[in-house]
Design a protein around this ligand. Structure first.
Ligand code: OOG
Ligand code: NI
Length: 470
């Protein structure tokens, strides 16, 4: 049983997300420049769009916005995945969703660790997109065995981080000093190490199989490879990047610009060329590795299964028609085609709600509460209350990721913007076996959030007199 003596999971997550941001700003100075640009754009957007500000305020999104970010790591073994799940659990982050990147020719599968309940999300929605290398997709059996052997020799967690995680599991929490120590120790797993754990030939053989294989296998740990702030206007940030010395990738991933944003739009700046040192070499001979990059995102409405199917169809149609080439060739055609196709996706919250395309969070309006105080509306079904103006609704923010977008982000940072639609198949069962538990189904989480808000709203609009009697 958690007691008052324990730091809350939310508090630990806030500490960790800030510590991670500070570390990354030191490691990648451009990240600091990006944070400043995003803060400027968000401020201007809120000033110019009072309606947006109101809706974000109603949803409790304003407070979390400046602290909101996601990161990504790539792990090498099932054991690493199972253990990181335990560390994230200390911070109230749980695996949600399964992402199969192999369909885009990337040898990983992934989940997102994030908070899942409304209050935790509102407090701080820190997410980590976590991938597990699929060595089964390395064709050469000898190289596969060699990679597995190298990975089996590393330990990516500090002994103290493991000890504190065990203590959390045993006692149900960490005291404040333990929590602070946990954050410092857990951070070590995400740190960049410029010293490779292998010699140059090994690195090159692994990189030849796939650059991602080298990135995962040749280092001491799963360095955080980006941290992504959330912007309210991704077009403005994309346009503003060059003036601040940041070189963005060619196309914004995800849906096109809309009046009512849906899901997730993302863009990134190119990976840094890092100087690395191989085993057996001195500083005189340096290697080069690109691992870390910058990304921004704009979040919109979480879609229902019906909305998501339509999104997937429209996106696939666009990508079938225009394929963006290396170095962003045809990026303009792609954006045009995307907008044209998405004309078929209703762009208005009321219409999207009526068509069942998105999830919504309902709340009583002041008029509704007044009416309840004097006996309530005659018809208290949700739809009647919405029609009477007694209930307002706002889209529920999408808290997850998109596999096609993620593939685009991976690819642009492996040195190409060329889109790829290659195929292999996912192995969710194997992933969950490695994780040691099933991932949460994101659709079920959104459906539950909507249902809870309806329940609360209807309860709040019960006529006051009747509530007093009951
Ligand atoms: C993860 C890329 C995916 C996103 O925002 O979709 C991602 C990686 O490169 O490891 O972070
Ligand atoms: Ni990302």
């Amino acid at each position: 049983m958690p007691t008052a003596a324990f730091a809350s999971a939310d508090a630990i997550r806030i500490l960790f997300s800030r510590a991670m941001s500070d570390m990354y700003r030191e490691e990648v100075p451009q990240y600091g420049a990006l944070l400043r640009l995003v803060a400027d754009v968000n401020e201007a957007t809120l000033r110019e769009h009072p309606k947006l500000r109101e809706s974000l305020e109603r949803a409790g999104e304003i407070e979390r916005l400046s602290d909101e970010r996601h990161g990504a790591i790539r792990l090498g073994t099932a054991g690493e995945l199972a253990t990181i799940a335990r560390l994230f659990a200390v911070m109230g982050m749980h695996p949600v969703g399964y992402y199969d990147l192999s369909t885009a020719g990337i040898p990983v599968h992934s989940t997102a660790f994030r908070p899942i309940d409304d209050a935790a999300l509102a407090t701080n929605p820190f997410r980590v997109f976590t991938s597990l290398l699929r060595l089964d997709l390395v064709a050469d059996p000898e190289l596969r065995a060699e990679a597995a052997a190298i990975l089996s020799r590393r330990s990516i967690f500090t002994p103290r981080a493991l000890e504190l995680t065990e203590s959390f599991e045993r006692k149900g929490g960490l005291t404040q000093p333990e929590a602070e120590s946990f954050v410092r120790e857990a951070l070590e797993t995400f740190r960049w190490h410029s010293q490779a754990t292998v010699d140059r030939q090994t690195y090159e053989r692994l990189a030849a199989a796939h650059r991602l294989v080298a990135d995962v296998v040749c280092f001491k740990g799963p360095h955080i490879n980006h941290l992504t702030p959330r912007t309210l206007d991704i077009e403005a940030v994309q346009r503003g990047m060059p003036a601040r010395g940041i070189d963005p990738k060619a196309v914004i991933e995800g849906p096109p610009e809309r009046a009512c944003p849906i899901l997730l739009r993302q863009t990134s700046f190119k990976a840094l060329e890092e100087r690395i040192l191989f085993v057996g070499e001195t500083g005189a001979l340096e290697g080069r590795h690109s691992a870390r990059f910058g990304e921004i995102e704009q979040r919109g409405a979480a879609l229902t299964a019906k909305g998501r199917t339509l999104y997937d169809e429209l996106l696939a149609g666009t990508r079938g028609e225009v394929q963006v080439g290396a170095a962003g060739a045809k990026a303009g055609d792609y954006a045009g085609e995307l907008s044209a196709r998405f004309a078929a996706f209703l762009d208005d919250a009321t219409a999207m709600r009526e068509a069942g395309l998105a999830w919504f969070r309902y709340a009583p309006t002041p008029a509704g509460l007044e009416a309840a105080a004097v006996g309530g509306a005659p018809d208290r079904s949700l739809e009647a209350l919405v029609a009477a103006g007694h209930v307002a609704f706002d889209p529920i923010v999408y808290e997850d990721f998109l596999p096609v977008s993620a593939a685009g982000i991976f690819q642009s940072n492996l040195g190409t913007d060329a889109q790829s639609n290659a195929a292999a198949s996912g192995r969710q069962a194997a992933f969950e076996a490695a994780l040691g538990r099933p991932v949460h189904d994101e659709m079920a989480l959104y459906a539950a959030a909507q249902a809870r808000s309806i329940e609360r709203t209807l309860a709040a609009l019960e006529p006051t007199a009747r509530r007093a009697v009951a």
